[in-house]
Design a protein around this ligand. Structure first.
Ligand code: OSB
Ligand code: MG
Length: 369
């Protein structure tokens, strides 16, 4: 397909409920969508960068700028057969992985439509049903958190993950375990601790967590490896894993026993598959992380989660947990068993609600070669 034009657009969508992590609270998402136009086909991608550079160095304004100035011009006018060719075309630009992923994934999205195959099959997926968990942010009170957990368990979700930080950890986990001693439970610190907290983190062992996600510095493997030796609980890396090379280094060092894959964080589907394959070679299970995506990114996460080494429930949950109305139809729905069934339709398996997308658009720019 020849890439004739690329559209960037920003949507502004309020979350149903605010989402708070150790680095801050979000009420409204600014969603950057990229569209690749080729011979009447439209491939869509979502840039998962946050509103500010807090989860990683990327943020929506920066992603828009680097895409418009450097990444889109590297693709415009090019003919590509598959999404796999995109990373090489963008490689001259260093980092900016979420911005790159939005373009690469849009090409895969178009490729699946062109080849009349489901995107999940194109990516190498094998499972028709994926297991879902939820990520629950820091709340205003413990009672509010426990209430949310109860709601999600009643809906059928297979794993509960709670955000933690100093002052919102031991007491919270204690209360959860008192009510639900046997559920699959994990916590995510988004780098809220340091090695000075080792003993504090050791005391988490008594909660029998499935994992502790990214407790230490966002760029670290070495000290996570030291910490992992001191803990019974498995560590999982999120922020620190940016590539397949990182995955190999982290797993050789013993920095974690579980890997969170976010397609945006690693720079696109090609690298996400490579990360998956490295972890599989090490016998380490992976799961699909989330970044409060709209339907475009969510549908892509569903497709990725069908690969065989996605052995643990992901943070891929129903559209209605995030949005009053999603921009895709049907919305992503989760069964009473806490699963999502993938569609056999060609492409991403969810239609875009284009009128609704236009209505939510606050900024739009189309680039041509
Ligand atoms: O660390 O996994 C994270 C959301 C924004 C930034 C980072 C993270 C998250 C989540 C939410 O945990 C996952 C989701 O429900 O999309
Ligand atoms: Mg995380």
């Amino acid at each position: 397909m020849r890439i004739e034009a690329i559209t960037l657009r920003e949507l502004k969508i309020p979350l149903v409920h605010f989402f708070e992590t150790s680095f801050g609270r979000t009420y409204t998402r600014r969603i950057l969508l990229t569209t690749i136009h080729s011979n009447g086909l439209e491939g869509w991608g979502e840039c998962v960068a946050g509103e500010g550079p807090y989860y990683s160095e990327e943020y929506i304004e920066g992603a828009w700028d680097v895409t418009a100035r450097y990444l889109a011009p590297a693709l415009l006018g090019r003919a590509v057969q598959t999404g796999r060719e995109v990373p090489a075309l963008l490689a001259r630009v260093r980092e900016h992985r979420m911005a790159k992923a939005a373009l690469e994934n849009a090409v895969w999205d178009a490729e699946a439509q062109e080849k009349l195959v489901p995107l999940w099959k194109l990516l190498g997926g094998t499972n028709r049903e994926i297991a879902c968990g939820v990520s629950i942010g820091i709340q205003d009170s413990h009672e509010q958190l426990l209430q949310k957990i109860e709601t999600e368990l009643a809906a059928g979700y297979q794993r509960i993950k709670v955000k933690v930080k100093a002052g919102w950890d031991l007491e919270v986990l204690e209360k959860i375990r008192a009510l639900w001693p046997n559920i699959l439970l994990s916590c995510d610190a988004n780098s809220a601790y340091t090695l000075a907290d080792s003993q504090h983190l050791e005391s988490f062992d008594r909660f029998k967590l499935l994992m502790i996600e990214q407790p230490l510095w966002s760029d670290d493997f070495y000290l996570h490896a030291r910490l992992q030796k001191q803990l019974q609980t498995a560590l999982c890396l999120d922020e620190a894993i940016r590539s397949a090379r990182d995955t190999e280094a982290a797993l050789e060092l013993g920095a974690c026993r579980i890997v969170n894959i976010k397609v945006g964080r690693v720079g696109g589907f090609s690298e996400a598959i490579a990360v998956h394959d490295v972890a599989q070679r090490f016998g380490v299970p992976v799961w699909c992380g989330g970044m409060l995506e709209s339907g475009v990114g969510r549908s892509h996460n569903v497709a990725l989660s069908t690969l065989p080494n996605f052995k643990l429930p992901g943070d891929v949950s129903a559209s209605k947990r995030y949005w009053n109305e999603d921009i895709i139809a049907p919305e992503v729905e989760v069964s009473r068993q806490g699963t999502i069934q993938v569609s056999d339709r060609a492409g991403r398996g969810y239609e875009l609600r284009t009128d609704f997308i236009e209505k939510l658009t606050v900024r739009k720019e189309t680039l041509t070669d």
